[in-house]
Design a protein around this ligand. Sequence first.
Ligand code: AMP
Length: 289
Amino acid sequence: MQRLNDVGELRAWRAEMRREGRGVGFVPTMGALHAGHAALIARSASECERTLLSIFVNPLQFDDPQDFARYPATLEADVQLALRNGAHAVFVGAKEDLYPPGFQTFVEPQGCALPLEGAHRRGHFGGVATIVLKLLCLAQPERAYFGEKDWQQLRVVSALVEDLALDCEIVPCATVREPDGLALSSRNARLDPFSRHRAVAISRALGAAARAYTGGVRDRARLEAEMLRVLAAVRELEVDYAVVADARTLEPWAGDPRPPRALIAARIGGVRLIDNAALDAPPVGPLAL
Ligand code: AMP
């Protein structure tokens, strides 16, 4: 596996792939890799001739400087995980390289970027869209792999690619969970055992909503109340939102036949966690608990 240390090396690698006629799959991440990222890398490796991973903790998408400062960094372990899962190259980004002095162009997504995470984390999706567009321009992949764990981000990135006519297919990948249902996240490492144990209420609440929906409930308020009932059982959990939304627009679901998405953001033990699930299938695997 090749390690690409700056934008120049990334461009050179991409040019080499083009000369060799090799298709590229791309997995952008912020590092602190876990089995969720591994699934994205392995999927790309199984579908594309060459897989490029990027690791860059993007300061532009953090609304909370503390959250940025505390973001876990595990570079050597990340490189090993990437290698084990079939990546061919890893680009390790530096802030000064991706945002050099004089950097002045920012993407400002609208529509599905405005509610939920967009409302709770000002500027977050602008930061995401700006770095994703820049990385897609540099990597020029045929396919880019994103996790459904960050459903709203997946929608924002899909709209970015569609609206700006980028020549890249966005491939959604299912959320990887712990056996008890908690969605894997780099932030889980910051949960103390007490909070870790209780954080499972989030996936349980999603499971409860999916059970109600597949059982015939079509009233948004009732579905949301079902989630809040499960979440309220954990006193330490502070809920930012627990909503049922249109899966595409992220607007409150109006009861139309298109199956909605349930999305939750909550804080526990000083860690903010997000998760989501489709409601049209009965909960399976860890979500069925
Ligand atoms: P991050 O490093 O957290 O920015 O995530 C990089 C990519 O991995 C994003 O596309 C995420 O949606 C995806 N991802 C993170 N956690 C999971 C998970 N538990 N299952 C599947 N994909 C994930």
